[in-house]
Design a protein around this ligand. Structure first.
Ligand code: SF4
Length: 101
């Protein structure tokens, strides 16, 4: 089961994750990041890199989070690969604080 980027990425887009991935499977649009489920090798290297704990193994998702499996698959196929860290979204630090990180 691939890893997925969940809702905590919304409003943040810190992109620290892309620096850890050995297979460059992170894609992104101007709102958030997505993991290509075909490319992901489930190494889990990206999990501790995310400052808002937005990345989970698919099998660990709660029922309310399962939608992120399909969203990551769909969105990653139509968005560019992101290989370098980018400037977080405006308000990302406030969002992180609001999430408790
Ligand atoms: Fe990349 Fe590994 Fe994270 Fe999958 S689990 S997105 S391969 S760093």
């Amino acid at each position: 089961m691939p890893h997925v980027v969940t809702g905590n990425c919304n409003g943040c887009r810190f992109t620290d994750c892309v620096l850890t991935c050995p297979v460059a499977c992170f894609h992104g649009d101007d709102q958030r990041m997505y993991i290509d489920p075909i490319a992901c090798v489930d190494c889990a290297a990206c999990v501790p890199a995310c400052p808002v704990q937005a990345i989970s193994e698919s099998a660990d998702l709660s029922k309310d989070e399962l939608m992120w499996v399909e969203i990551n698959a769909e969105k990653s196929s139509g968005t560019p690969v992101i290989r370098t860290k980018q400037t977080p979204l405006a308000g990302a630090e406030e969002r992180r604080a609001a999430l408790g990180f």
